[in-house]
Write a protein that binds this ligand. Sequence first.
Ligand code: TXA
Ligand code: MG
Length: 315
Amino acid sequence: MSPCSTRILTAQAQDISTAASLLRAGQLVAFPTETVYGLGADARQGEAVAGLYAAKGRPSFNPLIAHVHSVEAAKRYVVWSPMADRLAQAFWPGPLTLVLPLRPGHGISPLVTAGLTTLGVRMPAHPAASALLAALDGPVAAPSANPSGKISPTTAAHVAAGLDGRLAAIVDDGPCAVGVESTIIGLAGDHPILLRPGGLAQEDFESVLGQTLHQRDVHDPLTAPGQLLSHYAPAASVRLDVTEPTAQELFLGFGDMPCDLNLSPTADLQEAAANLFGYLHQLDARNKPIAVAPIPDHGLGAAINDRLRRAAAPR
Ligand code: TXA
Ligand code: MG
């Protein structure tokens, strides 16, 4: 990947139009979504997508999500279904990715799907993301805008710290509200599968679906492609479910307790999700082992604990 100078753009109409032109020209542009910042490439351009894998240092077997600005746009690329419709009606735009069979003539680069016959599609809720996707009027492949395996970015500064010089531009529109990546539901098989817990709580979509989701089989490459165990990793070690940190450790708290940084002093899981990656970045910069207080596993806690387990996994 040859170095380039990275422009910082705003979410104003003229800058959004510049960002869309850069994507059209096969360049990489990072942009905010309600979950985390994404590193975008036009999903129809194989070379652009190859550049995206190179910029992140991402293993090429790990498929990418195609971002779209409407349900109609999603239907250009995947075989839509009644269940997809129900979920999209309830939760799009929002932090939900649906994995569906690719449609004939879809035009998506096979690098996006890493050779699978399914595609993850998502309609983000962030106004800057919607504006960019509408201006391009095309699918944007966008993983989180961080070097592969590192902590996800929830501000433009996180993106610049990890990837500066490896992308054409960053659309800076402040911090991301949700703070953890989208929930991914697989709809390509006989029953819906929870492929990744995320910004939409499992309890919420199960009530819309009227059924419980199957859990993904970690040994099945079709339901868990590239879900590497070690991920979101700070440089220092991470220890979970800690009630008594050692003197050397930085303590990431939850609820009313003494600690170095508190995800949510009032034990609010939504607030904790929004703070998670930013606080991990801050603690990481201090280069000491990190201890994390127990987090309840319901609601957004499932996504928070999933990310923390990966951050703590052996590397
Ligand atoms: O919130 C999000 O989803 C963010 C923002 C930028 O939209 N994006 C994101 O992308 O988290 P990424 O690349 O970090 O994670 C995408 C995950 C992959 O790890 C892969 O496991 C799963 O989505 N995935 C993508 N396509 C899939 C497919 N066809 N089948 C199963 N899983 C798929
Ligand atoms: Mg990621």
